[in-house]
Design a protein around this ligand. Structure first.
Ligand SMILES: [Zn+2]
Length: 441
């Protein structure tokens, strides 16, 4: 008896948890129902993936969609369109919006809003402040919340918990893994006076130096050890941290940004000026090499874009007044596929870092594997497709990318979210049907 499915993906090379194999995939009710199908099986929708690779839905666990905030720069509708055009099936959105997402009312509003306008699935962070610490343990368990985000060093917005006493209180409020922006705020403030307005943009990595990041991480690990609270260090950017964190693997998971794997100082500042400025900064060659070593020896758990758009005018201001942060959600997958084609990591490791990794670190339910019973989220890629990243392709209203002009081999050609094709060959399909990701509490 032939079996009927909602969707069949035929003839693709599937990136399964146990390796890459040719296999057909059958989807029913938004879930992967079977891997390996009969020749006579039928479906409402047939997708021919001949010559293509079928990856488990890729997740960007680090985006700033600026919503509520300034829709002329980014919003959840536009940011999530960028996500699916770039081959992502889910994103986790940071809380430093305007206003910030720091209480139950804000999160309730955002939950409803996400499920009415988002094109991909989304998790939402709750921001920790010095005043909401007693509520964090309850807020981190609310529906769709991927966890607490703490800015231990200043970046865009006014969320910050920088002192050990309050950081320890945060770690004692709740139990899920906390995501940290780790730079030592005291060192940043102490060094700021060493530089002046109009200094070269590369000064950014002198001000926010290696020790600022490393010291921040040492302080956080001392508190994590003391309290037993698991931590996720976002955008690890120094060779010193990757080495040091080896002794904390019982407590810590690590993110690296695609920018820190792709751009290097001083070249990026010479070419891009303020458009290369982000926190923590792009650093020199030894740190990029350490990040790649950490990708390939297993120290890195997730890869994010830290998509954080700003208006061009704000990026063109003299240092240090230029805004910190870069667009990136739409270019994350193509750039990583190019790295695979350059031999820097395997396609299987890329799926581990960009699908299984975020699902494991944040406890996402039914995400992270191409396997029976899991959500039918797929990123379908053409590993041979050659294309140049162009700003005309970027849907973020901010309108720019630091990767414009980069030649890429390997490109996402379809994005499927819970069995629904939402992007095919650069075309967005249907209506926004993104849902909140479910997390284990
Ligand atoms: Zn960020």
């Amino acid at each position: 008896m032939p079996t009927h499915y909602d969707l069949i993906i035929r003839n693709g090379h599937c990136v399964l948890p146990w390796g890459i194999q040719p296999a057909d995939v059958g989807v029913r009710n938004g879930r992967t129902h079977a891997i390996g199908l009969g020749a006579d099986d039928t479906a409402d929708t047939m997708f021919d993936a001949k010559g293509l690779h079928v990856l488990p839905g890729l997740i960007d666990p680090h985006v700033h969609f600026r919503d509520p905030g300034d829709p002329s720069v980014e919003s959840i509708p536009t940011g999530s369109q960028g996500a699916i055009l770039g081959g992502l099936t889910a994103v986790f959105d940071m809380p430093n919006t305007d206003p910030s997402m720091v209480d139950a009312a804000g999160l309730a509003w955002k939950r409803d809003y996400v499920e009415s306008v988002a094109w991909c699935d989304m998790g939402i962070y709750v921001g920790g402040t010095k005043t909401n610490i007693p509520e964090l343990g309850a807020l981190e368990l609310t529906c769709g919340c991927c966890g607490i985000k703490i800015f231990a060093g200043s970046s865009t917005g006014n969320l910050m918990v920088e002192d050990d006493a309050n950081l320890e209180k945060v770690m004692r409020s709740g139990r899920r893994r906390i995501a940290f922006h780790s730079e030592d705020e005291y060192r940043l403030q102490a060094r700021k006076g060493m530089f002046k307005v109009g200094d070269p943009y590369a000064t950014h990595m002198e001000w926010r130096d290696e020790e600022a990041a490393f010291l921040g991480t040492r302080r956080l690990m001392a508190l994590a050890r003391k309290t037993g609270r698991p931590a996720h260090i976002l955008h690890v950017s120094t060779a010193q941290e990757f080495q040091y964190l080896r002794d904390y693997r019982d407590l810590v998971t690590c993110e690296v940004l695609v920018n820190h794997l792709t751009q290097v100082a001083p070249d990026c500042y010479e070419r891009l000026g303020g458009f290369a400025v982000m926190n923590p900064p792009i650093r020199g060659q030894i740190h990029m090499e350490a990040a790649w070593k950490a990708v390939n020896d297993g120290m890195v758990d997730t890869i994010g874009s830290d998509h954080a758009p700003h208006a061009r005018e704000k990026k063109m201001l003299p240092w240090p007044n230029c805004a910190s942060g870069l667009t990136g959600v739409q270019t994350l997958v193509p750039i990583m596929l190019n790295h695979v084609n350059m031999g820097r990591l395997s396609l299987g490791r890329m799926a581990d870092l960009m699908s299984a990794g975020p699902a494991r670190v944040y406890g996402a339910v039914n995400k992270g594997r191409l396997a029976a019973g899991y959500d039918a989220d797929f990123t379908i890629v053409d590993m041979k497709k050659q294309r140049t990243i162009e700003e005309s392709w970027i849907v973020s209203p901010s309108g720019w990318t630091p990767f414009a002009g980069m030649d890429i081999v390997g490109w996402p050609v379809a994005t499927i979210v819970r069995g629904k094709i939402v992007m095919r060959d650069d075309e967005i399909q249907g209506e926004p049907t993104g849902k909140l990701v479910k997390f284990r509490g």
